[in-house]
Each structure stands twice: as C-alpha cells, then as structure tokens.
Design a protein around this ligand. Structure first.
Ligand code: OSB
Ligand code: MG
Length: 374
C-alpha cells in the first residue's frame, strides 16, 4: 500500500453527464440507450481525483438512482471531506460508516480519494490497491437480442474481436432457445448468463435445463435479497452460481459462501461502496477459494479506469465485463481510451487512474454542474 501524507480537499465538482450508447442495452429489468451518470471531481493540493457514480436513472438494478445519489453526496458525504485534511481513503470509509446504504454515492467519493492519494504518491491506482497485473482479461456482457439468430450474430462479432468470455443477458422466455443457438455455433467459447434476478425457485426446472449449455456460471438467477433460495437452487444445478446484486459487502460475501449460495462473485466497486470493500470481498473470497471478477455498469472512462485498477488484484481470476470503451461510446471523456486487444485490456501505467480527462469532450456531455466548497 502507499505511505501518504494527509490531503486537504478544497472543493468538489459534481457533474451530471449524458453519453449516447452505440447500442440499446436490454436486460431483464429494463432497457437503456443513453448512459447518464454523476461524475465527481475532488480537488486537493493542486491535484484532481475522479470518481464515477454508477447509480442509474431508475431504481431497477439497485435502489440508488441519479436523483437519490446527488443529495446524499451533497448533504452527507461531501461534507465529510470538504475543507478537511483527509489522512487516507480509509479514513473517509470510517467517517462514512454511519451513513447506511447509498453505496454507489459512497463509492464515488472513495474512488476520487483513491485516485487523489495514488496521484500524490505517484503510483498507479492498481498498485496502490495491492494489484500487480499489467493486463486484464475481459469479456463482454451482451443485452437480450430479439431472436436467437440476432444473438448468434452479436456473439460472432465479439468472439471475432477476441473477447475472452461471452455473457448473455437472459430472462424467462428468452433463454434456452438463444443459448442453444449460440452453443451450437460456438461449441468451445467460455459462455455465461446473467438473469438479473428474473427467476424464482418455482422456475428451477427452466434453470436446470441451462446445465446442458456448459455455462461457466449463471449470474444472479433469483431475488437479490434471497441468499437461501440461491443455496437451495445450487444443490440441484450443475452450473455454478455467481452472485452480483446479492453481494453488497464482505459480510454478504462471507454469508453467501458459507451458505453455499455461490461459487463465483461479481465485484462491482459501486455496488459495494468503494475499492476498500471490493478488496475485502476479494480477500474473503480468495481465502475461501472463490474466484471473483470485475462487473460493469456501462461505465465511461473514469469508472472504467477504476474497474481496470481493481481487476489487477490476483483473485480477479475470471474475465470481467470491462470491455473496450469504443464498444459503448463514439468518444470517451478520457485519454488514452481504454481499449482491449484480443480480450486483454492494458493497465494504464501513469499515477492514479492513469488516464487524463478530455475537458473538451466532458464539456460537451455535461448537462449540469455544481461546485461545492467547505
Ligand atoms: O448485471 O452486470 C449487470 C449493466 C448495468 C447494470 C447491471 C449489469 C450490467 C451489465 C453491463 O451487465 C456490463 C458492462 O458492459 O458494463
Ligand atoms: Mg449482473
């Protein structure tokens, strides 16, 4: 880890950003064509630290939204650091502990602080988190396509680009037919599915039928608050279960592992409240022999760079969802763009997140801006 001096946080800039996506992304919980997010810049000692809040417009993946995260940040989280000498990102985590939930809002501040402290120490963020990889293995998460044929064509394109794992979004009624078509066309690819909690235990037969497709894992089949149901389902499935929505903390991860509710964990920095909690989940999973991988929230450059950094830790041993920025956006707000080659994303070597903000692009995609001081 890094040995650092306290930093004085002079101001914060909270921007709302809207970036059109190159594709419509359909999941079991909704569909989106525009990435809308809050971007936080913390200024301290002549440096800027950046954090992307992954809360979405509606409370469908997570209870947090753009319009809840914004006042939580301005009324409760930013006052913990504005005008203060902050001794470390961990100090912020301790101060923020009395604020319950609101993990995506917390993560935005924690990420900006991690970037600041790593920049002040002159080290890449991944290294400051305890990581050492120079490239990250990545796959893609593909939204639900209208037909099995469209699904196969979409998979074909991404397999040709060299992605190391294909994850298909599924929902009841859009699962076995598409998977059968994909498996038939690509007998050997690493294939997974993500249901975003769309099934119930009453549909266990439907889920068991997916065992035939030799999936590496099945992500979040059941309700996000029902770990016991996942443990029950796991007993009757050959396919390992990976949890996403159900894991909000290291305590959740330990409970899920002990219960037998999952054999793989999707770690998202925003969902768990920051890099610190992501590391604790990584450590608990690693101690139990459970592989983790870094999930995605269709992030723009800042969030994507944070994902790359956390995925440099050794327990991130399966390909994540951090695919090339150019898959999602015509132009990104950072340079150099985060682009994978043959399914390998290079880890930026510069200090902090290792990418620079393109202020011209950022200006064009910013729809609201709020500057806060102590
Ligand atoms: O469940 O992993 C998910 C995107 C938004 C909300 C939830 C999820 C996703 C993805 C996209 O799967 C991953 C990405 O490409 O960033
Ligand atoms: Mg998921």
């Amino acid at each position: 880890m890094i040995d650092n001096r306290p930093m004085r946080v002079d101001s914060a800039v909270l921007r709302q950003v809207e970036m059109p996506l190159k594709f419509r992304f359909r999941t079991s919980f909704g569909e989106t064509g525009v990435k809308k997010f809050l971007l936080l810049e913390l200024r301290a000692d002549g440096l800027s630290g950046w954090g992307e809040c992954v809360a979405e417009e509606g409370p469908f993946y997570s209870p947090e939204t753009l319009s809840t995260a914004s006042p939580i940040l301005t009324s409760f989280l930013l006052p913990l650091v504005l005008g203060k000498r902050v001794s470390s990102p961990e100090e912020f985590e301790r101060l923020a502990m009395r604020i319950r939930g609101n993990r995506m809002a917390k993560a935005a501040v924690e990420c900006a602080l991690r970037d600041l402290f790593a920049k002040a120490a002159g080290v890449p963020l991944g290294k400051s988190l305890g990581g050492s990889r120079e490239t990250i293995e990545v796959g893609v998460s593909l939204g639900i396509s209208p037909t099995p044929k469209d699904t196969v064509e979409n998979v074909r394109k991404h397999v040709a680009e060299g992605y190391r794992r294909i994850k298909l979004k599924i929902e009841p009624g859009s699962d076995a037919d598409r998977l059968a078509a994909v498996r038939d066309a690509f007998p050997d690819i690493t294939l997974t599915v993500d249901a975003n909690a769309a099934y119930t235990l009453a549909q266990a037969d439907t889920l068991r039928a997916l065992d035939a497709f030799r999936l590496d894992y099945m992500e979040q089949p059941l309700h996000h608050e029902d770990m016991v149901a996942h443990a029950e389902l796991a007993k009757t499935l050959r396919t390992p279960i990976c949890l996403d929505e159900s894991i909000r903390s290291a305590a959740d991860a330990k409970a899920a592992i002990q219960l037998g509710a999952c054999k793989v964990i999707n770690v998202k920095i925003g969902r768990v409240g920051g890099h610190g909690e992501a590391i604790r989940i990584h450590d608990a999973a690693r101690a139990a022999g459970v592989p983790v991988w870094c999930g995605g929230m269709l992030e723009a450059g800042v969030g994507r760079a944070h994902n790359v950094a956390i995925a440099t830790l050794p327990g991130f041993s399966k390909p994540g969802d951090t695919s090339s920025s150019s898959r999602y956006f015509e132009e990104d707000i950072v340079a150099p763009a985060l682009e994978a080659v043959e399914g390998l994303m290079p880890v930026p070597k510069g200090p902090g997140i290792g990418v620079a903000i393109r202020t011209d692009v950022l200006g064009r995609v910013t729809t609201a801006i709020q500057e806060l001081r102590a």
